[in-house]
Design a protein around this ligand. Sequence first.
Ligand SMILES: *Cc1c(COP(=O)(O)O)cnc(C)c1O
Length: 222
Amino acid sequence: MSIKENLNTIQKTIPKGITLVAVSKTKPATAIQEAYNAGQRVFGENRIHEMAKKYEALPKDIEWHMIGHVQRNKVKYMAHFVTLIHAVDNLKLLEEINKQAQKHNRIINCLLQLKIAEEDSKHGMNESELIAVLNSDKLVNYKHINIVGLMGMATFTENQQQIINEFNYLKTVFDKLNTNKTFNCNLKTISMGMSGDYESAINCGSNMVRIGSSIFGNRNYN
Ligand SMILES: *Cc1c(COP(=O)(O)O)cnc(C)c1O
């Protein structure tokens, strides 16, 4: 199956109003161009330098999403073009994103990552850490960021019920927090679901899915 056919197949399973982020990490610019030619405009990468290179090489109406863990000292390499940063997991990172966005006179949209998986390896905040970020009195100073939602990654397991429980947990936290809106915080986006679990994620309330291998084929990490 071609990238175009894969995209068409997946689009048919995604209801209107749900954003498909095509996860192109490790894939060459030619593969992204192929998806672009099929109409896809939103792409997700997990390494900043790789994303910046692809940004330079590819059409400028692509929306680039950083879906991976972000180190503060690398924010500057994507601040001039990144559309959405999915995995913000501390206040100092928000402060740095704000600082770098200000340099480019931009407002950068961010999602806060909630840790929903049981493994220790997954990044993200627990619920109280997340609430602490949202309640921080420093937040009003960050005029160049906009917190637009939450992101989560389920445990890598065959146990579908566990995955569903984790997605439901994220949705519950989202609904609880969604009440206090401010000028730079308005939670609308729920980014959850990957190739193997996105249909469950959508059933649990996701409105942004991040799909890689089902579009581009398996990744080769060398
Ligand atoms: C790689 C990655 C994906 C896509 O995974 P697939 O299983 O290939 O769809 C989604 N989200 C994050 C955070 C990723 O790192």
